[in-house]
Design a protein around this ligand. Structure first.
Ligand SMILES: [Zn+2]
Length: 318
Protein backbone atom coordinates (compact mmCIF):
# COMPACT_ATOMS: atom_id res chain seq x y z
CA UNK A 1 0.00 0.00 0.00
CA UNK A 2 1.34 3.43 -0.94
CA UNK A 3 1.54 5.40 2.30
CA UNK A 4 0.64 8.84 1.07
CA UNK A 5 -1.49 8.47 -1.99
CA UNK A 6 -0.92 11.21 -4.49
CA UNK A 7 -3.91 11.44 -6.75
CA UNK A 8 -4.57 13.81 -9.61
CA UNK A 9 -7.87 13.32 -11.41
CA UNK A 10 -7.99 14.86 -14.88
CA UNK A 11 -11.76 15.08 -15.20
CA UNK A 12 -14.98 15.17 -13.21
CA UNK A 13 -18.34 16.77 -13.90
CA UNK A 14 -19.29 17.47 -10.29
CA UNK A 15 -19.39 21.23 -10.90
CA UNK A 16 -22.66 21.00 -12.85
CA UNK A 17 -24.39 19.43 -9.85
CA UNK A 18 -23.10 22.23 -7.64
CA UNK A 19 -24.17 24.99 -10.02
CA UNK A 20 -27.58 23.40 -10.51
CA UNK A 21 -28.07 23.50 -6.73
CA UNK A 22 -28.33 19.72 -6.42
CA UNK A 23 -25.34 19.19 -4.12
CA UNK A 24 -22.81 21.15 -2.07
CA UNK A 25 -19.96 18.72 -2.97
CA UNK A 26 -19.11 18.66 0.74
CA UNK A 27 -20.97 15.70 2.13
CA UNK A 28 -20.89 12.03 1.06
CA UNK A 29 -24.50 11.69 2.28
CA UNK A 30 -25.64 13.87 -0.64
CA UNK A 31 -24.85 10.98 -2.98
CA UNK A 32 -23.00 11.41 -6.23
CA UNK A 33 -19.45 10.26 -6.93
CA UNK A 34 -17.29 13.13 -5.71
CA UNK A 35 -17.17 15.38 -2.63
CA UNK A 36 -14.30 17.10 -0.82
CA UNK A 37 -14.64 14.90 2.24
CA UNK A 38 -14.13 11.56 0.50
CA UNK A 39 -11.67 13.05 -1.99
CA UNK A 40 -9.40 14.36 0.76
CA UNK A 41 -9.42 11.10 2.71
CA UNK A 42 -8.67 9.20 -0.52
CA UNK A 43 -5.60 11.36 -1.16
CA UNK A 44 -6.85 13.49 -4.04
CA UNK A 45 -4.31 16.30 -4.32
CA UNK A 46 -5.47 17.93 -7.51
CA UNK A 47 -8.88 17.69 -9.16
CA UNK A 48 -9.71 18.99 -12.62
CA UNK A 49 -13.18 20.52 -12.29
CA UNK A 50 -14.79 20.60 -15.72
CA UNK A 51 -17.28 23.18 -16.92
CA UNK A 52 -19.13 20.80 -19.24
CA UNK A 53 -21.45 22.67 -21.56
CA UNK A 54 -24.53 20.54 -22.08
CA UNK A 55 -25.99 20.14 -25.56
CA UNK A 56 -29.17 22.07 -24.79
CA UNK A 57 -27.16 25.28 -24.37
CA UNK A 58 -25.41 24.98 -27.75
CA UNK A 59 -24.69 27.00 -29.69
CA UNK A 60 -26.39 30.26 -28.74
CA UNK A 61 -26.25 29.92 -24.93
CA UNK A 62 -22.92 28.09 -24.69
CA UNK A 63 -20.87 31.09 -23.57
CA UNK A 64 -23.54 32.03 -21.04
CA UNK A 65 -23.60 28.53 -19.57
CA UNK A 66 -19.82 28.21 -19.61
CA UNK A 67 -19.42 31.48 -17.70
CA UNK A 68 -22.13 30.45 -15.26
CA UNK A 69 -20.21 27.24 -14.50
CA UNK A 70 -16.91 29.12 -14.12
CA UNK A 71 -18.56 31.56 -11.71
CA UNK A 72 -19.90 28.56 -9.79
CA UNK A 73 -16.43 27.08 -9.50
CA UNK A 74 -15.07 30.34 -8.09
CA UNK A 75 -17.95 30.51 -5.61
CA UNK A 76 -17.30 26.92 -4.53
CA UNK A 77 -13.60 27.64 -4.00
CA UNK A 78 -14.21 30.98 -2.23
CA UNK A 79 -16.72 29.37 0.15
CA UNK A 80 -14.31 26.63 1.25
CA UNK A 81 -10.79 28.10 1.47
CA UNK A 82 -9.98 25.53 4.17
CA UNK A 83 -10.69 22.66 1.77
CA UNK A 84 -9.80 23.71 -1.78
CA UNK A 85 -7.59 26.18 -3.63
CA UNK A 86 -7.35 27.21 -7.25
CA UNK A 87 -4.33 26.17 -9.29
CA UNK A 88 -3.47 28.63 -12.05
CA UNK A 89 0.31 28.95 -12.23
CA UNK A 90 3.27 26.65 -12.36
CA UNK A 91 4.22 28.02 -8.94
CA UNK A 92 0.87 26.85 -7.52
CA UNK A 93 1.87 23.27 -8.32
CA UNK A 94 4.50 23.50 -5.59
CA UNK A 95 1.71 23.56 -3.01
CA UNK A 96 0.67 20.06 -4.10
CA UNK A 97 0.20 17.83 -2.24
CA UNK A 98 -1.20 20.14 0.44
CA UNK A 99 -1.91 18.10 3.59
CA UNK A 100 -5.41 19.47 4.08
CA UNK A 101 -6.62 21.05 0.84
CA UNK A 102 -7.38 19.84 -2.66
CA UNK A 103 -6.01 21.84 -5.58
CA UNK A 104 -8.63 22.64 -8.22
CA UNK A 105 -7.77 23.10 -11.88
CA UNK A 106 -10.54 24.67 -13.89
CA UNK A 107 -11.19 23.13 -17.30
CA UNK A 108 -13.87 23.73 -19.92
CA UNK A 109 -15.32 20.87 -21.92
CA UNK A 110 -16.48 22.31 -25.23
CA UNK A 111 -14.92 25.01 -27.41
CA UNK A 112 -18.45 26.39 -27.88
CA UNK A 113 -17.73 28.60 -24.86
CA UNK A 114 -15.61 30.77 -27.15
CA UNK A 115 -18.59 31.83 -29.21
CA UNK A 116 -16.30 31.60 -32.28
CA UNK A 117 -14.09 34.44 -30.96
CA UNK A 118 -10.44 33.96 -30.13
CA UNK A 119 -10.51 36.80 -27.58
CA UNK A 120 -12.83 34.66 -25.44
CA UNK A 121 -9.89 32.32 -24.90
CA UNK A 122 -7.99 35.17 -23.25
CA UNK A 123 -11.04 35.99 -21.17
CA UNK A 124 -11.53 32.47 -19.84
CA UNK A 125 -7.78 32.31 -19.17
CA UNK A 126 -8.12 35.48 -17.08
CA UNK A 127 -11.00 33.77 -15.28
CA UNK A 128 -8.62 30.99 -14.24
CA UNK A 129 -9.39 28.31 -16.85
CA UNK A 130 -6.24 26.32 -17.61
CA UNK A 131 -7.51 23.44 -19.78
CA UNK A 132 -9.93 23.31 -22.69
CA UNK A 133 -11.45 20.33 -24.45
CA UNK A 134 -11.85 21.51 -28.03
CA UNK A 135 -15.09 19.63 -28.63
CA UNK A 136 -17.62 17.38 -26.99
CA UNK A 137 -19.07 14.72 -29.31
CA UNK A 138 -20.51 17.15 -31.88
CA UNK A 139 -18.89 19.34 -34.48
CA UNK A 140 -18.27 22.93 -33.48
CA UNK A 141 -16.50 25.97 -34.93
CA UNK A 142 -13.08 24.54 -33.95
CA UNK A 143 -13.24 20.88 -34.88
CA UNK A 144 -15.30 17.70 -35.16
CA UNK A 145 -16.14 15.58 -32.13
CA UNK A 146 -16.05 11.77 -32.21
CA UNK A 147 -19.80 11.68 -32.88
CA UNK A 148 -19.33 13.42 -36.24
CA UNK A 149 -18.74 10.18 -38.12
CA UNK A 150 -19.39 11.34 -41.72
CA UNK A 151 -17.07 14.31 -42.04
CA UNK A 152 -13.99 13.27 -40.01
CA UNK A 153 -12.45 16.70 -40.55
CA UNK A 154 -9.24 18.24 -39.35
CA UNK A 155 -9.37 21.47 -37.36
CA UNK A 156 -10.98 24.56 -38.81
CA UNK A 157 -8.94 27.72 -39.23
CA UNK A 158 -10.33 28.99 -35.94
CA UNK A 159 -9.46 25.67 -34.30
CA UNK A 160 -5.87 26.05 -35.50
CA UNK A 161 -5.70 29.59 -34.12
CA UNK A 162 -7.03 28.31 -30.80
CA UNK A 163 -4.20 25.75 -30.57
CA UNK A 164 -1.55 28.40 -31.20
CA UNK A 165 -3.14 30.81 -28.73
CA UNK A 166 -3.46 28.10 -26.05
CA UNK A 167 0.24 27.33 -26.49
CA UNK A 168 1.04 31.00 -26.09
CA UNK A 169 -1.11 31.44 -22.97
CA UNK A 170 0.00 28.20 -21.33
CA UNK A 171 -3.27 26.28 -21.42
CA UNK A 172 -3.58 22.52 -21.56
CA UNK A 173 -5.17 21.23 -24.78
CA UNK A 174 -7.58 18.37 -24.15
CA UNK A 175 -8.37 15.99 -27.04
CA UNK A 176 -10.80 13.63 -25.29
CA UNK A 177 -13.97 13.72 -27.46
CA UNK A 178 -12.05 15.01 -30.51
CA UNK A 179 -12.21 12.92 -33.70
CA UNK A 180 -9.08 11.14 -34.90
CA UNK A 181 -8.27 13.50 -37.80
CA UNK A 182 -8.47 16.40 -35.37
CA UNK A 183 -6.26 14.54 -32.89
CA UNK A 184 -3.48 14.20 -35.47
CA UNK A 185 -3.90 17.80 -36.56
CA UNK A 186 -3.51 19.04 -32.96
CA UNK A 187 -0.33 16.99 -32.57
CA UNK A 188 1.05 18.55 -35.76
CA UNK A 189 0.38 22.06 -34.48
CA UNK A 190 0.91 22.07 -30.73
CA UNK A 191 4.30 23.04 -29.32
CA UNK A 192 3.26 21.80 -25.89
CA UNK A 193 2.30 18.26 -24.89
CA UNK A 194 -1.44 17.57 -24.84
CA UNK A 195 -3.83 15.46 -22.81
CA UNK A 196 -6.72 13.12 -23.44
CA UNK A 197 -8.10 13.81 -19.97
CA UNK A 198 -10.78 11.09 -19.84
CA UNK A 199 -10.43 8.32 -22.44
CA UNK A 200 -9.44 4.65 -22.57
CA UNK A 201 -7.65 2.19 -24.87
CA UNK A 202 -9.43 1.19 -28.09
CA UNK A 203 -7.48 -2.09 -28.29
CA UNK A 204 -9.41 -3.26 -25.21
CA UNK A 205 -12.77 -1.65 -25.96
CA UNK A 206 -13.60 -0.46 -29.48
CA UNK A 207 -15.57 2.64 -28.47
CA UNK A 208 -15.18 5.79 -30.59
CA UNK A 209 -14.20 7.75 -27.45
CA UNK A 210 -11.14 5.55 -26.93
CA UNK A 211 -7.63 5.93 -28.39
CA UNK A 212 -5.82 3.52 -30.74
CA UNK A 213 -2.39 2.21 -29.81
CA UNK A 214 -0.97 4.47 -32.50
CA UNK A 215 -2.57 7.49 -30.84
CA UNK A 216 -1.30 6.38 -27.42
CA UNK A 217 2.25 6.09 -28.76
CA UNK A 218 2.00 9.52 -30.38
CA UNK A 219 0.86 11.04 -27.06
CA UNK A 220 3.83 9.39 -25.36
CA UNK A 221 6.28 10.67 -27.96
CA UNK A 222 5.08 14.20 -27.34
CA UNK A 223 5.19 13.70 -23.52
CA UNK A 224 1.43 14.00 -23.20
CA UNK A 225 -0.81 11.55 -21.40
CA UNK A 226 -4.20 9.90 -21.17
CA UNK A 227 -6.38 9.95 -18.06
CA UNK A 228 -8.15 6.60 -17.87
CA UNK A 229 -11.93 7.06 -17.77
CA UNK A 230 -14.04 4.96 -15.37
CA UNK A 231 -17.14 4.80 -17.58
CA UNK A 232 -18.03 1.08 -17.99
CA UNK A 233 -18.96 1.57 -21.65
CA UNK A 234 -15.42 2.77 -22.42
CA UNK A 235 -13.87 -0.03 -20.36
CA UNK A 236 -15.78 -3.08 -21.59
CA UNK A 237 -17.80 -3.63 -24.76
CA UNK A 238 -20.47 -5.39 -22.67
CA UNK A 239 -21.02 -2.07 -20.84
CA UNK A 240 -20.43 -3.77 -17.48
CA UNK A 241 -17.10 -3.23 -15.79
CA UNK A 242 -15.25 -3.73 -12.53
CA UNK A 243 -12.23 -2.02 -11.02
CA UNK A 244 -10.13 -4.71 -12.66
CA UNK A 245 -11.11 -3.32 -16.08
CA UNK A 246 -9.69 0.07 -15.09
CA UNK A 247 -6.48 -1.76 -14.15
CA UNK A 248 -6.46 -3.57 -17.53
CA UNK A 249 -6.64 -0.25 -19.39
CA UNK A 250 -3.91 1.25 -17.18
CA UNK A 251 -1.68 -1.79 -17.81
CA UNK A 252 -2.33 -1.71 -21.56
CA UNK A 253 -1.49 1.98 -21.90
CA UNK A 254 1.62 1.50 -19.75
CA UNK A 255 2.71 -1.40 -21.96
CA UNK A 256 2.05 0.33 -25.29
CA UNK A 257 3.05 3.89 -24.44
CA UNK A 258 5.01 3.70 -21.19
CA UNK A 259 4.03 4.16 -17.58
CA UNK A 260 4.68 7.92 -17.88
CA UNK A 261 1.78 8.23 -20.35
CA UNK A 262 -0.95 6.98 -17.96
CA UNK A 263 -3.05 9.07 -15.62
CA UNK A 264 -6.54 9.04 -14.13
CA UNK A 265 -9.56 10.84 -15.56
CA UNK A 266 -12.46 9.39 -13.60
CA UNK A 267 -15.33 11.31 -15.23
CA UNK A 268 -17.02 11.06 -11.80
CA UNK A 269 -20.45 12.70 -11.69
CA UNK A 270 -20.46 12.79 -15.49
CA UNK A 271 -21.00 9.06 -15.96
CA UNK A 272 -24.31 7.32 -15.39
CA UNK A 273 -22.70 4.07 -14.23
CA UNK A 274 -19.47 3.26 -12.42
CA UNK A 275 -17.27 0.14 -12.34
CA UNK A 276 -17.95 -2.33 -9.52
CA UNK A 277 -15.46 -1.54 -6.75
CA UNK A 278 -14.87 2.03 -7.92
CA UNK A 279 -18.25 3.59 -7.27
CA UNK A 280 -16.97 6.89 -5.89
CA UNK A 281 -13.86 8.90 -5.15
CA UNK A 282 -13.49 7.24 -1.74
CA UNK A 283 -12.45 3.97 -3.39
CA UNK A 284 -9.13 5.11 -4.86
CA UNK A 285 -7.25 3.19 -2.15
CA UNK A 286 -8.45 -0.11 -3.63
CA UNK A 287 -7.21 0.92 -7.06
CA UNK A 288 -3.77 1.61 -5.56
CA UNK A 289 -3.80 -1.81 -3.84
CA UNK A 290 -4.63 -3.45 -7.19
CA UNK A 291 -1.74 -1.66 -8.90
CA UNK A 292 0.61 -2.90 -6.18
CA UNK A 293 -0.65 -6.45 -6.72
CA UNK A 294 0.03 -6.07 -10.45
CA UNK A 295 3.70 -5.47 -9.63
CA UNK A 296 3.95 -1.72 -10.17
CA UNK A 297 6.55 -0.09 -7.90
CA UNK A 298 5.51 2.67 -5.51
CA UNK A 299 7.15 5.22 -7.81
CA UNK A 300 5.27 3.89 -10.86
CA UNK A 301 2.02 3.99 -8.91
CA UNK A 302 2.66 7.61 -7.94
CA UNK A 303 3.39 8.40 -11.59
CA UNK A 304 0.13 6.81 -12.73
CA UNK A 305 -2.05 8.27 -10.00
CA UNK A 306 -0.62 11.77 -10.02
CA UNK A 307 2.95 12.58 -10.93
CA UNK A 308 2.46 12.21 -14.68
CA UNK A 309 -0.28 14.83 -14.61
CA UNK A 310 1.92 17.10 -12.46
CA UNK A 311 4.78 16.75 -14.96
CA UNK A 312 2.47 17.63 -17.83
CA UNK A 313 1.05 20.66 -16.03
CA UNK A 314 4.48 21.94 -15.05
CA UNK A 315 5.50 21.88 -18.70
CA UNK A 316 2.37 23.70 -19.89
CA UNK A 317 1.40 26.20 -17.16
CA UNK A 318 3.28 29.50 -16.92
ZN1 LIG B 1 -16.42 14.12 -21.41
Amino acid sequence: MVENPYIVDGHCDSLIHFVNGERTLQDPAEGGHWDTQRARVAGVSLQFLAAFIETRYKPSMATWRGLQLIEGAHRFIADHPDQVFLVQKKLDLEQIPDPTRIGILLSVEGGEILGEAIFMLDIIYKLGVRALGLTWNQRNALADGVGETDTQSRLTQLGQEVILRMNKLGMLIDVSHLNEAGFWHVLELSQDPIVASHSCAKALCAHPRNLTDQQLRALAKQKGLVGVNFYPRFLQETGKATRDDVIRHICHIAEVAGVETVGLGSDFDGISETPEGLEHVGNYGYLIDDLTKRGFSNLEIEQITGRNFMRLLSSVLR
